[in-house]
Every structure is written in structure tokens, then in C-alpha cells.
Ligand binder design. Structure first.
Ligand SMILES: *[C@@H]1O[C@H](CO)[C@@H](O)[C@H](O)[C@H]1NC(C)=O
Ligand SMILES: *[C@@H]1O[C@H](CO)[C@@H](O)[C@H](O)[C@H]1NC(C)=O
Ligand SMILES: *[C@@H]1O[C@H](CO)[C@@H](O)[C@H](O)[C@H]1NC(C)=O
Ligand SMILES: *[C@@H]1O[C@H](CO)[C@@H](O)[C@H](O)[C@H]1NC(C)=O
Length: 423
């Protein structure tokens, strides 16, 4: 009895800081939604419908094709995995035809390949696609069900619920997941339902209860969609940049690289921009048939190392050139390094952009090495040197930049900590 009471008290007092120790760097993996949506037609489209077969095959690909070793470890379900009704005990159950072995067996399968399984639920009367929702009275039960199945992550959507239900439900699910004693990373769609900005959205509260959250609209398979997300993230960077950090991330939504809507340059741009934003990297494409070019972009080791930088600082757009339509983004990294992205909004020809690190507000007079993240080419430059990058239309040039030497030593010499990037 005594034990039970102290557990309840502990939960009540820690309600706003349920640090679960997970996702110290942005999560990486695969998420079904953008590419596979709510395709439940396994009779006519057995290869692409939402079924255990799809998730097992994606797990096979992640494990067999080198994705897992790079950090892509989550295999995440989205809407439409459920049966249309809860069972007699009120529990969520998977569709029996599409998931005949059940979610526990799927989790075991995914775990046996060294991967983690993510699941989806919706705080509200129904999921967005009309499957059973998690109303307030089902929160503890559903958290326990997911924990018993061995699920490792929950995306908690917010269709068919009102503001007050969400204000109660999102923190309560965090508590319920914590109380289940099984570590389950928690992705909250909450801010996306309220315009993503204060005062409707309290990011201090979110950072205390969610590992990641969707700030803005769902991504679609188009460059316009990517741009609209980038526009929103830059327009509101003063608000959202500082709320990200180890264990709690802004989520601009899935990577659509490998699908139909982006050119090669645009695919490189999405990967580079998501990486400077310290965004989760959830691939939503068919890993069974992915092209060589998409594969190379998604598997770029230096890119992933930058995305996973242990400081976990989200980058910003630091310059918007209104005449040339070139933008510069910067993300501070560990060991005094930075990621710099030169992004072209032009739609004509490759643009020769000339600037210097001094013009980009680098104040330290130093010698730097700049490694092009896509070509691997390294150049040396001083802070004051003018340099030119050639940026393709809708594309990027991305640098991993690190100082190799101070040119004027500061008076009191401290450990300057200059480490070239060791891969
Ligand atoms: C959810 O269902 C309840 C009970 O039927 C209803 O009162 C409420 O308006 C519904 N909420 C939404 C957002 O649909
Ligand atoms: C629950 O929260 C406490 C306090 O932050 C933390 O130490 C613990 O690891 C959490 N447990 C789970 C299962 O998330
Ligand atoms: C946001 O949430 C935090 C943590 O719960 C709380 O301390 C703070 O007062 C809230 N801010 C606003 C503006 O409501
Ligand atoms: C470009 O325009 C924006 C918005 O009008 C402004 O904030 C920004 O400072 C301008 N950039 C430059 C380099 O002048």
C-alpha cells in the first residue's frame, strides 16, 4: 500500500517533467504515412497496403541494406492499422486480416532485426481516418496495451478532439506512458492543431512531456509542400529554434526523398535543410525499390553525423538575399564546427554566389576547412576570404565547416578544441 501511494505522489509531482531519457539526438527511421497513407486494400494491392507484411519488409530492408547501422532504427506505423472497433475489454486491436499475428509479434520481429517499432493513436473520438480514437477515458489502457506489446514509440495525433481535451490528454498520455514502465518515445501532434505558435502552444510544457512534436502541416509529395514547411520554420524561427534540444525536437515531418515529387536537387535540399533544423529523419518511401540517387542522399554519412550532432542545437536561416534569392542557414555543432547551407530559391540557372565568412558573421579570425557535404571536396579559407559557391536552381551547397587554426591568438589561450570531423 505504502509503495503504491508513493508512486502516485511521485507521478503527481513530476507531471510536467517526464524526461524519459530517449532521443538525445533527433530520431531516425522510417514512417509509413506519406508514401503509403491509408491503403487498406490488401486484396488488390497486397504489396502496398497497410499490413504486417509492409512493416516486416521495411524492417528487412532497414536491417539488410545498411540503414540500421547509419541510425535509421525506427519502423513506424501510422493511421489505419486498427480494427474498426475496440475488443470486448475495450482494448485497441489491429485489423485481424492485415495483422493476423498481432502487434506483439510484429514488435518481436522488428526487435529481432535490431530495430524499434513505432505505433500511432489519436487523442479524440476517432483517428483522422476514422478508426477508434483514444478518448480521455482510454488513455491509461492504451498506454498499457502499447507497453505490453513492446512498442517503442507513439505518434499521438489530434483529430476529432477539442482544445480542452488536448490540454488534458497530451500531458496525461505522457504520464501514462511513463507509468507503464516501458520506455516509449512520445511524438505529439498537438501544436499542429493550434497553428504551432504561442500563446495557443506552450513549448515549455511540450518540451517537458514530448520527445518531438509536429509544429505545422502534414508534408505532401511536392516541392511546394517542402517549401511551405521551410517558410513556416524560418518565419517562426525566433519562437521555435530555442525550444529544440536533446530529448525534445521540432518535427517538420517526414522526408519524401525517393518518391515522385522532388527533383534530385530538391531532394538534396530537403535533406540538408532538415539536417540544419536538427529535424527527426523519418524516411517515407518504398525502401524495396528506392533509387540509387535517393539512397545516396539519405545515406550521406557526414550529413547524418551533422544531423546527430550531440549538442542538438537547431540551426537558423541567418541571411536572406532578396535580390539574388539565395538564403544561408547555419547550425552550430560540437568542436567549434558549423553546418552551413547555401540554398537557392531561383528557378533559372546555377547561380554563382560570392560571400565571405566575415559577411556571414563569423567574427573569429581563423583558418577554416570547409568540406562540401555532398561532393566531399575540402577547401581552406580564412574568415575574410571571398569565396564563390555555385548553387543549382532549388538546390543547395552544404558545408561542414571547422576552424583549423587561429590567426591571431587571443590573450588567454584556452583549449580551442579544434577537431577535424572524424568519420
Ligand atoms: C466527441 O464525442 C463526444 C461524445 O459523443 C461529443 O460530445 C464531442 O463533441 C465529440 N468531439 C469532437 C471534437 O468531435
Ligand atoms: C518516468 O519519468 C521519470 C522522471 O523523469 C524517469 O526517471 C523515468 O525514466 C521515466 N520512465 C519511463 C518508463 O519513461
Ligand atoms: C507553459 O508551461 C509551463 C510549464 O508547465 C508553465 O510553467 C508556464 O507558466 C506556461 N506558460 C504559459 C504562458 O502559460
Ligand atoms: C530581405 O527581406 C526581408 C523581409 O523583408 C528582410 O527581413 C531581410 O533583412 C532582407 N535581407 C537583406 C539581406 O536585406
Amino acid at each position: 500500500m505504502k509503495l503504491a501511494v508513493s508512486v502516485i505522489l511521485a507521478l503527481a509531482t513530476s507531471s510536467l517533467a517526464l524526461e524519459n531519457g530517449l532521443m538525445r539526438t533527433p530520431p531516425m527511421g522510417w514512417l509509413a504515412w506519406e508514401r503509403f497513407r491509408c491503403n487498406v486494400d490488401c486484396k488488390n494491392d497486397p504489396h502496398n497496403c497497410i499490413s504486417e507484411k509492409l512493416f516486416m519488409e521495411m524492417a528487412d530492408s532497414l536491417a539488410a541494406d545498411g540503414w540500421r547501422e547509419l541510425g535509421y532504427v525506427y519502423v513506424n506505423m501510422d493511421d489505419c492499422w486498427m480494427a474498426k472497433e475496440r475488443n470486448a475489454e475495450g482494448q485497441l486491436i489491429p485489423d485481424p486480416e492485415r495483422f493476423p499475428r498481432g502487434i506483439k509479434a510484429l514488435a518481436d520481429y522488428v526487435h529481432s532485426r535490431g530495430l524499434k517499432l513505432g505505433i500511432y493513436a489519436d487523442l479524440g473520438n476517432y483517428t483522422c481516418s476514422g478508426y477508434p480514437g483514444t478518448t480521455l477515458d482510454h488513455i491509461e489502457q492504451d498506454a498499457l496495451t502499447f507497453a505490453q506489446w513492446g512498442v517503442d514509440m507513439l505518434k499521438f495525433d489530434g483529430c476529432y478532439s477539442d482544445t480542452s481535451t488536448q490540454a488534458k490528454g497530451y500531458p496525461r498520455m505522457a504520464q501514462a506512458l511513463n507509468a507503464s514502465s516501458h520506455p516509449i518515445a512520445y511524438s505529439c501532434s498537438w501544436p499542429a492543431y493550434h497553428g504551432g505558435l504561442p500563446p495557443e502552444v506552450n513549448y515549455t510544457l511540450l518540451a517537458g512531456i514530448c520527445n518531438l512534436w509536429r509544429n505545422y502541416d502534414d508534408i505532401q509529395d511536392s516541392w511546394d509542400s517542402v517549401l511551405s514547411i521551410v517558410d513556416w520554420f524560418t518565419a517562426n524561427q525566433e519562437v521555435i529554434q530555442s525550444v529544440a534540444g536533446p530529448g525534445h525536437w521540432n518535427d517538420p515531418d517526414m522526408l519524401i526523398i525517393g518518391n515522385f515529387g522532388l527533383s534530385y536537387e530538391q531532394s538534396q535540399s530537403q535533406m540538408a535543410l532538415w539536417t540544419v533544423l536538427a529535424a527527426p529523419l523519418f524516411i517515407s518511401t518504398d525502401l524495396r525499390t528506392i533509387s540509387e540517387k535517393a539512397w545516396e542522399i539519405l545515406k550521406n554519412k557526414l550529413m547524418i553525423k551533422i544531423n546527430q550532432d550531440p549538442l542538438g542545437i537547431q540551426g537558423r536561416r541567418i541571411l536572406q538575399e532578396n535580390s539574388s534569392h539565395i538564403e544561408v542557414f547555419l547550425r552550430p555543432l560540437s568542436h567549434s564546427a558549423s553546418a552551413v547551407v547555401f540554398f537557392s530559391r531561383r528557378t533559372d540557372v546555377p547561380y554563382r554566389y560570392t560571400t565571405s565568412l566575415a559577411q556571414l558573421n563569423f567574427t573569429q579570425n581563423a583558418l577554416y576547412e570547409a568540406q562540401d557535404v555532398y561532393t566531399g571536396k575540402i577547401r581552406s579559407l580564412k574568415t575574410s576570404d571571398n569565396f564563390t559557391v555555385v548553387i543549382n536552381p532549388t538546390g543547395v551547397v552544404m558545408w561542414y565547416l571547422y576552424p583549423t587554426m587561429h590567426l591571431e591568438q587571443p590573450k588567454q589561450q584556452s583549449d580551442t578544441n579544434f577537431h577535424p570531423f572524424a568519420l
